[in-house]
Design a protein around this ligand. Structure first.
Ligand code: SF4
Length: 408
């Protein structure tokens, strides 16, 4: 009798059962079980239980790491054994596919990206126009709708538009705008009332704020949990009046130490409690600030007041009040910035040190910065500061541009 334990780096909550385990993990376990069961047959051995070992997302580190609390097991034996027949059938199907002379004919669709991006995507999607195809409609179009349209032969934006006019596919106003802009040379769509609604929330002095965070599977410090976002850096541009001079403040953690307390203190010192704070996709910043306020009760009032006075520069773009072809159905700051201010070398992320040109780089590089030789650590530090600074400078410039747009 043997126990099979599948180790995953994902996290679960105590009390989770096999029903809460992702299908892809259950398939992994059932495949391993199938292989082992067949390998052990001749030795008169069998698998007694199958468990998933993962991280306990509710574990909060206090002092020394408690390994027994950090990891948890979910018994999946029954579910995995039930899937035995599926595995055999899948293996037979795979063998049949592999001996087939011609490529299997299957529809592409949403599943090609789930649960992971399929490695054959470039090949299977080759029949679609590279630009302006049905899978590139933005504004959270439902995957089922896209899959059905694809099966119905609606592939290019041109075909989508015909289908829309024939009543064969429904699109909302923003999706239709994306398609019309992609197919025609059009002036930007400007809903001045919508933009002004956002601008009416702006109060000076204005604090442009952006955070960088990282996650660690193993909690590194007290009061951290597996994969909890740790805020290690912020950039803050401050503008006292509209169109006025901007000053800059910043914080970046050092030496592999827990940066949270110092960061929260500095943030409270840099931003007055009742100031108007502007962020891009503010739910991210607000969640980080709420986490800090839960951790540091003496700073809680100040931190929550920063949250209460925060406005979101993404609103005029996510609401569709401003749209231009270059946005391609998206509204992230990395799309909006070059669309609104094309060709400005000061605002080009690609001109930054290649170590840190996007948030993913910052997230990956920061945790190891203090382990690098001093010269390299300093180069990383400078790259992180320059990257985060550009994020808030971009916000300053985007806001300026919005003011200009409504004046025209
Ligand atoms: S991309 Fe992958 S999942 Fe999609 S049809 Fe091709 S092989 Fe299948």
């Amino acid at each position: 009798m043997n126990n099979l334990i599948e180790v995953k780096s994902s996290s679960s909550s105590p009390g989770d059962t096999a029903k809460d385990v992702k299908d892809v993990f259950l398939y992994d376990m059932s495949f391993q079980t199938y292989i082992l069961t067949n390998s052990l047959k001749n030795r008169d051995m069998s698998i007694k239980s199958v468990k998933l070992m993962c991280l306990n997302r509710n574990y909060v580190r206090q002092g020394k790491l408690d390994i027994k609390e950090l990891f948890m097991f979910i018994d999946c034996t029954e579910k995995v054994f039930e899937m035995k027949e599926d595995v055999s059938k899948n293996i037979e199907d795979f063998k049949a596919f592999m001996t087939q002379e011609s490529e299997p004919v299957v529809d592409i669709g949403d599943r090609c990206g789930k649960p992971y991006e399929c490695g054959y995507k470039n090949w299977c999607f080759r029949g679609l126009p590279e630009k302006n195809n049905i899978f590139q409609i933005g504004w959270k179009i439902r995957a089922k709708k896209v899959d059905k349209a694809y099966k119905d032969g609606i592939h290019s934006f041109h075909e989508v538009l015909i289908a829309y006019n024939d009543g064969k596919i429904k699109l909302n106003e923003k999706q239709l705008r994306q398609i019309n802009f992609a197919l025609n040379d059009m002036e930007p769509h400007i809903d001045k009332a919508g933009i002004n609604e956002f601008l009416s929330l702006v109060r000076y002095p204005l604090y442009f704020l952006d955070f960088e965070t990282f996650q660690s599977a193993i909690p590194l410090w007290d009061n951290t949990s597996p994969y909890k976002q740790i805020t290690f850096q912020y950039s803050l541009h401050i503008q006292k009046k509209r169109g006025g001079e901007v000053t800059h403040k910043e914080f970046l953690g050092r030496d592999g130490l827990d940066p949270r307390r110092e960061l929260a203190e500095r943030l409270c010192a840099d931003i007055p409690a009742d100031a108007c704070v502007i962020s891009y996709n503010m739910s991210f910043e607000k969640t980080r600030i709420r986490q800090m306020s839960e951790l540091f009760s003496d700073l809680s009032n100040h931190l929550m007041s920063i949250n209460a006075n925060m406005i979101d520069l993404m609103d005029p773009f996510s609401s569709g009040a401003y749209y231009t072809r270059e946005l391609g159905g998206g509204y992230s700051i990395k799309k909006v910035l070059p669309a609104l201010l094309p060709g400005d070398p000061e605002l080009d992320y690609k001109s930054l040190d290649e170590r840190v040109q996007h948030g993913g780089n910052a997230m990956d590089i920061y945790p190891t910065m203090h382990l690098q030789p001093p010269e390299e650590a300093e180069a990383i530090r400078k790259a992180l500061l320059a990257y985060c600074r550009l994020d808030t400078l971009a916000m300053v410039k985007i806001l300026e541009k919005l003011h200009e747009i409504v004046l025209v």
